[in-house]
Design a protein around this ligand. Structure first.
Ligand SMILES: [Zn+2]
Length: 394
């Protein structure tokens, strides 16, 4: 492994601002393409929108008909936030064995580790059967725009496994929660603050809605993912202390544990609004679905997944039990189209993602590369076992 090479690639990546919105991931995709081409890997860019480009990097195996291994990571990052940083968010400073900057953990570090893995395999003339393909996507942090485009653009074909390098603290996640983001708006009638009965108070209407939503029984439990969470993360309404507000809006963030839950929350909100409009004179409200991502699940009997768990226990003492993540990934989009194992494994502490002074340990990045190399080995073995099994059965 060439740790310096990986670190300097990650530093170059962090220095390119891909805060989403707007994303502007094209410059980063171009940097990756230019760098990676010098190591003899194939690279192609696929435009999604103006200045926003998915990237595909391919390491060819001997047998193009074999199911490919896909590595996936998103090129965008969340904004730097309101709280001050003690380091430059785009400076990629190294301090005490860690690289600092927006996206180091989530998830430019993971992308650098994937690409280092592919360069190592290329340089060592590894006896690779199937292609390994890295698909870098735009827009994961907002609406998974790039992953949806990647599927439409045919960038993922016949996958045997998809590994996503979101930060997992070197845990192997076989599932993650879904998300449902909803904006609710209420409408009223403005009046002087001294005569509330002359108006319809849109904030009062919103309080009625939120009270009902808080009372809803939405908590089915999933063995792996636990319970759903909900939080009100934006609220707007009113113009002055002495004016009855004629509009109010809130954004709700539900993190779901079953696909059924995504649907039932929408239905329940629908009926809350309908019932209130019957009960309260002048009540008017509507809602918009901003984002609807189902939880990711895997069939756990997969030989490949079990082997990876064993390896992770041997290498990093992570235990054999199945684990799931609270966040969502592009994996949820891929699951709608592909039946293969979809897994999350990456260096980086999830608690540092989206935070000021985001950073990643260089040593953990090296550990993740060792794991990816082992995963390629195990994938090849599991394919050979599958083929032998098929021959025996024939
Ligand atoms: Zn991420």
């Amino acid at each position: 492994m060439n740790s310096n090479r990986m670190v300097s690639l990650l530093q170059d990546m962090v220095k390119i601002n891909t805060v989403n919105p707007p994303g502007d991931e094209q410059k980063l995709a171009e940097l990756l393409c230019n760098t990676i081409s010098t190591y003899g890997l194939e690279c192609k860019l696929y435009q999604v929108e103006k200045d926003r480009t998915n990237i595909v990097v391919i390491l060819r195996g001997r047998n193009p008909t074999q199911k490919k291994i896909y590595f996936n990571g998103h090129l965008d990052t969340v904004p730097i936030g309101e709280q001050p940083w003690t380091t430059d968010p785009f400076g990629a400073e190294i301090r005490d064995g860690r690289i600092y900057g927006r996206g180091t953990t989530d998830m430019k570090g993971g992308i650098a580790a994937f690409l280092e893995t592919m360069i190592i395999l290329k340089e060592s003339n590894y006896n690779l059967e199937q292609d390994i393909v890295f698909v870098g996507t735009v827009g994961e942090e907002v609406d998974c725009l790039g992953a949806q485009a990647a599927v439409k653009q045919g960038l993922i074909e016949d996958p045997g496994a998809i590994i996503i390098a979101e930060p997992s603290g070197l845990d192997l996640y076989v599932a993650h929660k879904g998300a449902l983001w909803i904006e609710i708006k209420t409408y009223g009638k403005t009046a002087h603050g001294s005569m509330p009965s002359e108006g319809i108070n849109a904030i009062d209407s919103m309080i009625s809605i939120l009270t009902k939503i808080k009372q809803l029984k939405l908590n089915d439990i999933d063995e792996l993912l636990g319970t759903m969470t909900q939080s009100i993360n934006i609220i707007n309404g009113g113009v002055a202390t002495n004016v009855i507000p004629d509009s109010c809006s809130v954004n709700l963030d539900f993190r779901t544990v079953t696909a059924k839950q995504n649907h039932s929350i929408m239905n329940k909100i629908d009926s809350v609004l309908k019932n209130l409009s019957k009960e309260q004179l002048g009540f008017k409200a509507d809602y918009t679905i901003l984002h609807n991502i189902e939880p990711l699940k895997n069939k756990n009997e997969s030989d490949f997944i079990e082997k990876l768990k064993e390896v992770n226990q041997e290498m990093y003492g992570k235990g054999m039990e199945s684990k799931g993540a609270n966040y969502y990934t592009d994996g949820s989009i891929f699951r709608k189209h592909f039946d293969c194992p979809i897994l999350i494994f990456g260096a980086g502490d999830t608690a540092l993602a989206h935070q000021p002074d985001e950073s990643i340990s260089i040593h953990d990045l090296e550990k993740s590369v060792k794991f990816y190399l082992k995963a390629v080995d195990l994938y090849q073995e599991s394919q050979i076992i599958k083929e032998m099994g098929m021959q025996i059965n024939e």
